[in-house]
Design a protein around this ligand. Sequence first.
Ligand SMILES: NC(=O)c1ccc[n+]([C@@H]2O[C@H](COP(=O)([O-])OP(=O)(O)OC[C@H]3O[C@@H](n4cnc5c(N)ncnc54)[C@H](O)[C@@H]3O)[C@@H](O)[C@H]2O)c1
Ligand SMILES: [Zn+2]
Length: 449
Amino acid sequence: MSIRMIFLLLLTYRKQNMCLRLRSDSPLFNKFIDGIIADRTLNTQHVDDLIERMEELISKYSDKALMAYNKRLDNVTSRLLRIKVEHDVSGVDLRALFEFKTLYDRLLSYHSRQLIRDTFYVDKEGVILGSVWKPLSSIGIYVPCEETPNISSMFMSAIPARLAGIKHIYVATPYHKIKDKRLFMACASICGVECIYTFGGPQAIIALALGTETVKKVDKITGPGNIYITAAKKRMFGRVGIDGLAGPSESVIIADKSADTQQVSVDLAAQLEHDKSALAVLITKTPKKASAVRSNINALMKLVPSDSNIKHSWSNYGLTIVCKSSTFLYNTVKKISPEHLHLNTSNAFEMMKWIHSAGSIFIGRHSPITVGDYAAGCNHVLTTNIIPRFSSGLSVLDFMTRKSVICLPTLRSLRSISTPCIELALRENMDLHALSIGCRLHVTNNVGH
Ligand SMILES: NC(=O)c1ccc[n+]([C@@H]2O[C@H](COP(=O)([O-])OP(=O)(O)OC[C@H]3O[C@@H](n4cnc5c(N)ncnc54)[C@H](O)[C@@H]3O)[C@@H](O)[C@H]2O)c1
Ligand SMILES: [Zn+2]
């Protein structure tokens, strides 16, 4: 069956507002999984075209183009594009602020363990080699706005950035959507943010990458977002650093007989709240578990508004898979390589040994993915779309660069490695490279032998 036929079949399920169900022994199993992955990753030509045009206009018309896009995409007419962050907690909901402070402390504790010391060593030829780590000078944090901006995402980028030693931290977010602006401002101040750009969307990513009259060009952009944000980050990569492509959320839950069906159903449905293209997959060896979870979520769907994220994502990218063996189960996880993986099984730690491709792994029934979204302490900015197979989520090291340091302190140390250098240079037809070493070897008045 062709990939086109698979898409048509997927469409039929979607029209019926049903999630897809698969069995690993079905002959079409691999094609269906590939079809779903392709559907989430490839179907973006119109988005790429929009981003290309946006880049052209922002480069040409700067703030004017930004304002035009703010009006067109978000219906925002304000000319105020930047607000300086002041430390002011008057009128702030202190209970909420206290909970954000807890998030701050937990993130600080987790990420401080990622800091790496500079290293130096002297080898037996007397060559001094080292690695030194330096912070970037400025970053732009994109804070996405599901219903209202995800303040937690600001902390997820700002805390490791501050630990790395970054001096200038800017935030861009659809400010008009913020319900509690005082709380947002107080949190921005706790995070050490210098100023807030009051607009989001892909235009914010392009502005931070290129700079405009109002927006300062930054070294790197971090933070998650929807497909438009992710496409803009992808396009800007190279002109600006990008943390990774952290697009619409993905969750896989593996449940065995010991898992509580109600909890699994709620956990799976919860992760559909993020986006209309959120992916939520249940993998189990127990067919009864799969059908019970499906009917729980189908019942829930009758209660939610027809245009809600949950309703769309359940019929677009909701999936239950019954695997007949552990080998199939691990292969399926590898194929999907999800952002989040919850092992809701009695042997979760044992299973973890076999998992190589997931952004965050949640172990056991009391560790739902939601704790990772908020206050567990790990970073929730994680790559998606099979990227977890070869790349990790945000960490302190994303805000630093490593420099190699090379010092040959004496002529003797240069002599000791000169032969392979000259030999290799000559073999690569780089005569002057060979000469740059050769001309030093016979000089007798060098300082330091
Ligand atoms: N992978 C991760 O680490 C992670 C973590 C948290 C959230 N997320 C994801 O972040 C995303 C948040 O999405 P969101 O949409 O609520 O907020 P968002 O801030 O990512 O995007 C909203 C903006 O997108 C722009 N936009 C909307 N429709 C557009 C269109 N048709 N053309 C051009 N621009 C358009 C608008 O400017 C709007 O303000 C979700 O996909 C969620 O899953 C991912
Ligand atoms: Zn979530």
